[in-house]
Structures are given as C-alpha cells and as structure tokens.
Design a protein around this ligand. Structure first.
Ligand SMILES: [Fe+2]
Ligand SMILES: [Fe+2]
Length: 280
C-alpha cells in the first residue's frame, strides 16, 4: 500500500477575510446558550498566542525543506497570522460583551513557556499534534451543521472560515516534522510522536475544561451544574469531543498522515456556503 502523503495538487490559499468589524457581539453569541458560548470562547482565547507559537515552531525548520514544502509553510504562516488577527478581534468583542479572557490567556502563556524551554523539535512535535487536533475539530465543525447553526452569522462565518483553512493546511506541520526527523529510526519517531500527542491532549482537555468553567463562573454558573452542562455539551450533545475521538486515535496508527483522509470536498462545499452567506 502506498504511503499517504499531502496531495500533489493541493493548493493552500490564504483568504484574507474580516469578520464582525464594528459590530457588537451578543454576550451569548451561540444561540443564547452560555455553555456553547463558553466552550468556543475558551477555544478562541487560545488562538492568538497558540497560533503564533505554531508559526514560530514550524518556521525554525523551514531551512533546507524541499521547495513544495517551503511554499506550503509560507502559505500556512500567512493563514495562521490572519486567524490570529481575526481571533484577536473576536476575543475583543467577547471582552466588550463582559468576559475576562485573561486567566485563560495566562494559562496558554504558561504552557507555551514550558514548551519553549525545551529543544525546538519538541515545539514542532507539539505543533504537529495540535494541528491534528485543530484539523479534526475543524472537520467535525464543517461536517455537522448543527455545531454552528444557532450561532450568530458573523461568528459562525469566522469559525467556518478558520475551519476551512485548518483542514487545508493540516499536512504542513506534519510534513515539516517528517522532514526534520527524516534521519530518525521509525520507532523513535513513533514513540516521540505518541508521547507528545498524549501529553498535549491531556493538557488541551484539562485547560479547555478549566477555561470553559471559568467563563461559566463569570456567567454565575458554577458547581456541579456547571460541570454537568459543560461535559454534556462537549461529550454528549452536540458532543464535539466524542465525535472526533476516532480521528484522534488514527494518529497513532502506523503509516498515519493527515491527508490519508482527503476532505477537500468538505472544504469546497463549506467555502461555497461561506461565499453565499457573505454576499447574501
Ligand atoms: Fe488557525
Ligand atoms: Fe493551523
């Protein structure tokens, strides 16, 4: 069986779009639901610093990359920089609607400072794992319209736009990792990759849970009720985390590559919808 690779005819297209400028955001922009709003706001709080870290981690290994990968890294950087820009604005609107995201941002900063204190290959490995995470969340977000159907239009469009590009560049950090570790024995590669994935997954779940609970606390929702509603939303209905579990697990299979699952048709239909709604 041929080893899966990034499709040779894949194009990574940075789409310079802006969302919600000059608009007031409803405090519970997710259909009036504080839990859904807190879940996505907690995720958005991580993006500006997190994606800047992805860019910095991948860039360190750009030198000596084959020209195709080099061009993809460039497009990846442009896309991530624009995602950060739009999530800074989104987070500003969340702040204006009354949420304090600072404790969540501080947590991200702490995690990143720990990772940055290790050799650059660790940052690249963490980026590669988190990019798999964002790609499978993005896939689920676009695949099942129910995740964003109750969201206000500008917010839904921002998340859809981001999801499209996350899928499109899902192979870049992975290919950079394959290139950077090309002289490693396969067993070492797998061991490091698996260990880092388990570590970042644990941190991702713990930190996003804490972040969501903190935002719910700011809404006056706390105690067992907050836990129950948060867990229900994340794992049962709509159950984003449960739904991506299989795709998360596939990362550990021998011969895994993000493009083993070619979901470009999903991007194309999401983009069509985005364009229709933007110009409606
Ligand atoms: Fe992004
Ligand atoms: Fe990304």
């Amino acid at each position: 069986m041929a080893r899966a690779v990034t499709p040779s005819d894949l194009t990574i297209t940075p789409r310079d779009r802006r969302f919600g400028r000059g608009q007031a955001q409803h405090r519970w922009w997710m259909g009036g639901d504080p839990v859904g709003t807190a879940f996505y706001n907690a995720l958005s709080a991580t993006f500006p610093k997190g994606e800047a870290f992805f860019v910095e981690s991948v860039r360190k290994f750009r030198e000596g990359a084959p020209p195709k990968l080099e061009a993809e890294i460039k497009a990846f950087v442009t896309q991530e920089v624009m995602h950060s820009r739009e999530h800074v604005q989104f987070n500003k609107r969340a702040l204006e609607s009354g949420f304090d995201l600072k404790p969540l941002e501080d947590r991200v900063e702490y995690r990143l400072s720990v990772t940055r204190s290790k050799p650059p290959i660790v940052s690249l490995a963490a980026t590669m794992c988190l990019e798999h995470f964002t790609a499978i969340l993005a896939h689920e977000l676009l695949k099942d319209g129910r995740h964003l159907d109750s969201a206000d239009l500008e917010s839904a469009n921002l998340w859809r736009w981001h999801a499209i590009e996350e899928i499109e560049h899902k192979g870049v950090a992975y290919d950079t990792w394959l290139h950077a570790t090309r002289h490693w024995p396969p067993s070492k590669r797998w061991k490091v990759k698996a260990k880092v994935m388990l570590f970042v997954t644990r941190n991702f779940i713990v930190d996003r849970t804490r972040g969501t609970l903190e935002l719910l606390r700011q809404d006056g929702i706390s105690g067992p009720g907050a836990w129950f509603r948060m867990l229900w939303f994340a794992w049962i209905r709509p159950g984003m985390l449960r739904k991506v579990f299989g795709a998360w697990l596939s990362f550990f299979l021998p011969g895994f590559h993000p493009w083993k699952h070619d979901d470009r048709a999903l991007i194309a239909s999401a983009e069509k919808r985005l364009d229709t709604e933007a110009f409606a």
